[in-house]
Design a protein around this ligand. Structure first.
Ligand code: NAD
Ligand code: MG
Length: 378
């Protein structure tokens, strides 16, 4: 097994999302926030911005951003919401719009999302709709938001009827991924993001998966060079897929590897604290892997490697026992039938031909899915 050598940490690495006139750069590095002002000044039409953040992130990282904006001569205000998924609501969105309009934010001014995926999705949707669209900049501060939610232009909020039901495709003008912000992230949140990192290797990049087998622990333990490399490879993969399929008509569906199973697990546990999204997706990827083996398309040796890697970094590989949750294959299948990725009455799944080679199919018979689920719940 070869492992790619770790390059010395670049001060700043840059990846472009190529979408014609809506193209933008993702800058990845340590302490990028401290130079955010000078970096974004050139793309601002008017040097006045509103920062949207949550109360956890505000305590830890807001001052640094404010200082760099002030240094660059950019006028700024900050709006702080409570941390957590509940801030991706219609009520919070309404409150945010009111406050932005009261502050007389003009069409040529911009929003900055400083935080995880909750703040990024909320701010992006506000930017898409405020005065029919103002610019916004993503400064993602969780591993999940750096490798996934800040890139690709899906923005939105939750409705009482379900997650992410109100939203828009709206691309940011720039993404600044400051890996030093990950130093303050709780371990469990870090691992949730890592599940999405390893997903990129599994779905399309064997060499990256191999690199993660050797270096994944460093990414989790805080090695800056390893973190920059992992974020860079992840956003390169996502940028490539988004550039090809901005609105999820085809290849973008591969990003759902592990997600149809994962969403069923999340739905069954009520999206609670017992199982977070990354954990559910990790278990979902194991399920997709095992189903691929059962159907004779993936070598069992490969599924063994995937399991071994998940275990070595601390990702779950089996459904945990949760008080009050009675896991049954039938219940999970029922959730999968309701998933939005169902088409023509059949469940769409992302499966693996090999590590680094995923494909989308809606040709799997439900009895096969059911018996896989039964096996995984044993
Ligand atoms: P989050 O934004 O809730 O952040 C997780 C927790 O970490 C929060 O408590 C937050 O306050 C805290 N936090 C953030 N940065 C921190 C830091 N640097 N140090 C310490 N604490 C920090 O959750 P998330 O996991 O980043 O994102 C999840 C959201 O992203 C979900 O709403 C999901 O639907 C959405 N999402 C969107 C896309 C997309 O394409 N738009 C993709 C995946 C997920
Ligand atoms: Mg996900």
């Amino acid at each position: 097994m070869t492992s790619l050598p770790l390059e010395p940490a670049p001060a700043l690495s840059s990846v472009q999302v190529a979408l014609g006139s809506r193209s933008y750069d993702i800058l990845i590095g340590a302490d990028v926030i401290d130079s955010a002002g000078s970096v974004i000044r050139d793309i601002l039409k008017n040097p006045r911005v509103a920062i949207i953040t949550d109360d956890n992130v505000a305590k830890l990282h807001l001052k640094r951003l404010q200082a760099s904006l002030t240094d660059a001569g950019i006028e700024h205000s900050a709006i702080i919401f409570p941390a957590g998924e509940s801030s991706k609501s219609i009520a919070t969105y309404g409150d945010l719009m009111n406050r932005l309009l009261d502050s007389r934010l003009q069409r040529d001014e911009a929003l900055i999302a400083l935080g995880g995926g909750v703040i990024g999705d909320l701010t992006g949707f506000a930017a898409a709709t405020l005065r029919r669209g103002v610019d916004f900049i993503q400064i993602p501060t969780t591993l999940l938001s750096q490798v996934d939610s800040s890139v690709g232009g899906k923005t939105g909020i939750n409705a009482p009827q379900g997650k992410n039901l109100i939203g828009a495709f709206y691309q940011p003008r720039m993404v600044l991924a400051d890996i030093s912000t990950l130093d303050t992230l709780p371990q469990r949140e870090l691992l949730a993001g890592y599940a999405e990192v390893v997903k990129y290797g599994l779905l399309g990049d064997y060499q990256f998966f191999e690199w993660l087998e050797t270096n994944g622990k460093k990414v989790i333990d805080g090695d800056a060079a390893a973190r920059i490399y992992a974020v860079e490879q992840s956003v390169k993969a996502k940028a490539r897929i988004v550039a090809e399929d901005e609105r999820e008509g085809g290849i973008r569906a591969l990003l759902n590897l592990g997600h149809t199973f994962g969403h069923a697990l999340e739905a069954e546990t009520g999206y609670g604290a017992h199982l977070n999204h990354g954990e559910a997706v990790a278990i979902g990827m194991i399920m997709a892997t095992e189903l691929s083996v059962r159907l004779g398309i993936l070598e069992s040796q490969d599924s063994g490697r995937i399991r071994a890697h998940f275990k070595s970094v601390g990702l779950p590989v089996a459904v945990p026992e949760i008080a009050g949750v009675n896991w049954t294959a039938e219940n999970l299948l029922a959730h999968m039938r309701q998933d939005k990725k169902i088409s023509g009455g059949k469940i769409t799944l992302i499966l693996l031909n090999a590590i680094g080679d995923a494909f989308s199919t809606n040709n799997i018979d439900e009895p096969d899915i059911l018996s896989l689920l039964k096996q995984e719940l044993q």
